[in-house]
Design a protein around this ligand. Structure first.
Ligand code: NAD
Ligand code: IPM
Ligand code: MG
Length: 361
């Protein structure tokens, strides 16, 4: 198969973890006989430094002429520590999501058998946990207008808005996903306080009869934040708005053992974007210590969702599981005998090659 992939590594550890995902994709190309052209483009703080824009038009064009996008992370302390900065790296990520119509962000959460004892949560609670969060990605308080500061600078405001259509399009994807899983959908909201959340409940309830095999339940987000830690096995598919989805998925990463393990797919208009859910982890930049598995599993999601290459995607997941089982882990998961970012990437690429030759023998 011939395809084009846009590679947007971004800032901080973004380039380090994305390089491992690319390495793994190259191993897949080699053993399965595919050819993917990869075009790098700038986003985030590095793009601001080079062009003044966090998501330059050239980058948008590279994305639009690609079949899928692999993204690393954006963000830099010089902006995090400057509340007055007018142009910020995060605006690049938000603009990309909006301009490319990526309204649904799919974040799988699962525990790794070999890592059960490493989670701060009790083994019996997290064993076998496997759920997926559908986070609405282009609406809500992240994008609502008006937003800003009062003239005297003494007050600030953000608006949270949602339309019926914005809720329906992501909810359809979540219902369909539930149909292919354990048939349970939990809408996480704050309908006891927010008008937007009451609209979410109404719209999702009205859609439920179209999916009679799916059991729908509702949970307030504060309760969900607790239940995800206390009874994570309760969840199958979680549907939620933009900001709640951001927060509960970082929280849920504790179930797997590290934020560095979680991958995601953003979809909507056809083009898919794949990224680990973590940020640019500035403290680790250039140290070759960041966990690349979230980025590598994002590459697996890319092959599955955008290219329909199921066997290849499974080969990546199997190699990741093997590396994890062998204790081949970065320092966030293995302090005593930590492997570097590049060593973990090399190992997973090597396992893909080795597993394929065993199959062929
Ligand atoms: N999608 C994105 O690009 C994205 C997401 C979140 C935050 N950010 C940006 O990243 C910058 C830093 O934000 P932050 O510190 O709140 O979040 P972060 O996700 O970068 O890091 C939070 C903590 O998670 C752990 N961590 C994250 N990624 C890891 C990895 N690959 N391996 C091992 N441990 C990992 C580290 O302990 C780290 O201190 C900010 O500028 C923020 O805006 C970007
Ligand atoms: C950096 C930020 C804009 C982003 C978000 O909040 O969506 C990040 O936290 C994420 O989870 O992708
Ligand atoms: Mg986040």
């Amino acid at each position: 198969m011939n395809k084009n992939i846009a590679i947007l590594s971004g800032d901080g550890i973004g380039p380090e973890v994305t390089a491992q995902a690319v390495k793994v994709i190259e191993a897949v190309e080699e053993v399965y006989g595919h050819s993917f052209e990869k075009t790098e483009a700038l986003i985030g703080a590095i793009a601001i430094d080079a062009t003044g824009e966090p998501f330059p038009i050239e980058t948008e064009e590279v994305c639009k002429s690609s079949d899928a996008i692999l993204f690393g992370a954006i963000g830099h302390p010089k902006y995090d520590n400057d509340p007055n900065a007018k142009v910020r790296p995060e605006q690049g990520l938000l603009k990309m999501r909006k301009n490319l119509g990526l309204f649904a962000n799919v974040r799988p959460v699962a525990s790794f058998e070999a890592l059960l004892s490493l989670s701060p949560l009790k083994e019996e609670r997290i064993k076998g946990v496997d759920f997926v969060v559908f986070r609405e990605l282009t609406g809500g308080i992240y994008f609502g207008q008006p937003r800003g500061r009062s003239e005297d600078g003494k007050s600030a405001f953000d608006s949270c808005t949602y339309t019926e259509a914005e809720i329906q399009r992501v909810a359809h994807l979540a219902f369909k996903s539930a149909q292919n899983r354990r048939k349970k959908l939990t809408l996480v909201d704050k309908a006891n306080v927010l008008a937007t959340s009451r609209l979410w409940r109404q719209v999702v309830t009205e859609m439920a009869p179209q999916y009679p095999d799916v059991e729908l339940d509702f949970m307030f987000v504060d309760n969900a934040a607790m239940q995800i830690i206390q009874y994570p096995a309760h969840f199958d598919v979680v549907l939620t708005e933009n900001m709640f989805g951001d927060i509960i998925t970082d929280e849920a990463s504790v179930i797997s053992g590290s934020l560095g393990l979680l991958a995601s797919a953003s979809m909507g208009s056809g083009l898919g974007l794949y990224e680990p859910i973590h940020g640019s982890y500035p403290q680790a930049t250039g140290k070759n210590i960041a966990n690349p598995i979230g980025a590598i599993l994002s590459a697996a999601m890319l092959l599955e969702y955008s290219f329909d290459l199921i066997e290849e995607s499974n080969a990546i997941k199997a190699a990741v599981n093997q590396a994890v089982q062998e204790g081949f882990l970065t320092e966030d998961l293995n302090k005593e005998n930590a492997k570097s970012t590049t060593e973990v990437g090399d190992k997973i690429a090597e396992l893909i090659r080795a597993n394929r030759s065993v199959l062929e023998a």
